[in-house]
Write a protein that binds this ligand. Structure first.
Ligand SMILES: NC(=O)c1ccc[n+]([C@@H]2O[C@H](COP(=O)([O-])OP(=O)(O)OC[C@H]3O[C@@H](n4cnc5c(N)ncnc54)[C@H](O)[C@@H]3O)[C@@H](O)[C@H]2O)c1
Length: 392
């Protein structure tokens, strides 16, 4: 036992800092609050997440892919948090639900959303033409006007062909940005900011949102716009390959779960299991979620489970953080923390390099991959029965 300030320190606790919070002062910053007062349970995980971002994910120009689920943009988190993070160079590519991008358009077009209550009479709201997302309220015309904007924009000649969702969102973002200039507003839309910063935004289920619904309706009017989901799968794998093959780390920052969580993580199995390229998995994993792991659903699957699939590098597992809380609490705190503690980074502008990024991974795949069973470098148990060869 050693002694410090008169108190014995047992060796068995030598690896653990003393739990010794500071009192909250009236001028405490959000970053200091996280560091000094959030020391245990999910507060402790949030602090670990903040430090993982600041000390491991963001340094040395590491690639940060972010996935967005849950109703984040309707709650204003696009404008308050995502746009400052994107402008600071802290988000390099995004996989989002269509809903988050659709509701982002309301802010881009300067429409009004209101802070309501979850305890309102929904039948009355329906009669009055009011839409409710938990405690966020807006007029039904917001939907109709946003839909009309999408339909009018996608009539333009540049949309009359199949394209990846990153290209679709880039072109849509350009129109939103132009509308912002007309309206005299700025920094109100994730799509417009992504266009300005060259940040590719993908959506894993392009038909599953009001944007997809309007694209589908226009197909009945002879619109030629189609989503090239194969390009999306290969392009996202290409981004991760670009990171790893250039000696950078690849991190995933997962808000919620759902299909975007898988889409951002499956990039690694696409590289290893399907393309047969030697790789170890994403370096850093940070998830904020309310989903539990014991139901077997992917939303609640832990980083340890992701290791078994090759999605996360087993050597980096101790650096993974899952914080069980609401993203609407975690995201403002994490944003404030990194914007305070980390210097802005140069934009990677991955969108501008989309063709070379895809070209590099394709070239490598054509050297390594096969149509028959891939011979991976991974140690796979010899189980002939699993491919139906037992006894042959
Ligand atoms: N008008 C529209 O376009 C519209 C509106 C709503 C939903 N949708 C579509 O429905 C699908 C599902 O959307 P969703 O995002 O609501 O997904 P979801 O409800 O399936 O949630 C995905 C995961 O995120 C977690 N999650 C959700 N909110 C969270 C929060 N605040 N904090 C922490 N974790 C949270 C959930 O528990 C779940 O595990 C998407 O494809 C979306 O585009 C479309």
């Amino acid at each position: 036992m050693s002694k410090k300030a008169g108190h014995p320190i047992s060796k068995k606790f030598s690896a653990y800092p003393r739990l010794n919070p500071l009192a909250v002062g009236r001028d405490i910053s959000a970053a200091d609050l996280v560091d000094q007062c959030m020391l245990a349970y999910n507060g402790g995980r949030l602090r670990e997440a903040a430090r993982l971002l600041a000390l491991k994910m963001l340094p040395d120009d590491g690639y940060i892919g972010m996935s967005l689920t849950g109703a984040l943009t309707p709650a204003g988190l696009g404008k308050s948090c995502l746009i400052p993070l994107m402008k600071a160079g802290f988000v390099d590519w995004i996989v989002s639900t269509g809903a988050n991008l659709y509701h982002d358009l309301h802010y881009g077009l300067d429409m009004r959303l209101y802070q309501g209550s979850p305890f309102l009479d929904d039948v009355k709201l329906h009669d009055e033409g009011v839409i409710r997302i938990y405690d966020v309220l807006f007029d039904y015309n917001v939907l109709l006007d946003t839909d009309a904007f999408v339909r009018e924009v996608i009539q333009s000649p540049e949309f009359q062909r199949p394209m990846g969702t990153d290209e679709f969102h880039y072109l849509l973002g350009r129109y939103v940005h132009a509308r912002q200039i007309k309206l005299g507003i700025k920094d109100s839309s994730v799509l417009a900011t992504a266009y300005q910063c060259g940040i590719p935004i993908f959506t894993s289920s392009p038909g599953d949102s009001s944007i997809g619904m309007n694209v589908a309706a226009m197909a009945m009017r002879d619109s030629k716009l189609m989503f090239d989901v194969n390009r999306d799968v290969n392009q996202t794998a290409g981004i991760v390959y670009a990171a790893k093959s250039s000696g950078h780390t690849s991190s995933v920052w997962i808000l919620g779960g759902g299909s975007p969580k898988n889409f951002i993580l499956q990039t690694e199995p696409q590289i290893q299991e399907v393309m047969g390229i030697k790789e170890k998995g994403h370096d850093y994993f940070l998830q904020v979620t309310d989903a539990r792991p014991d139901t077997g659903g992917l939303s609640g699957a832990t980083p340890a489970e992701a290791v078994s699939w090759g999605k996360v590098d087993p050597d980096k597992l101790p650096d993974s953080v899952v914080c069980y809380t609401d993203s609407t609490i975690a995201l403002p705190l994490l944003s404030a923390y990194v914007l305070n503690r980390v210097k802005p980074r140069k934009q990677k502008r991955l969108y501008d390099r989309r063709d070379p990024i895809l070209g590099e991974v394709r070239d490598r795949y054509l050297q390594t991959g096969t149509v028959g069973k891939i011979m991976t470098s991974r140690k796979v148990a010899k189980r002939a029965s699993s491919v139906g060869l037992k006894g042959k």
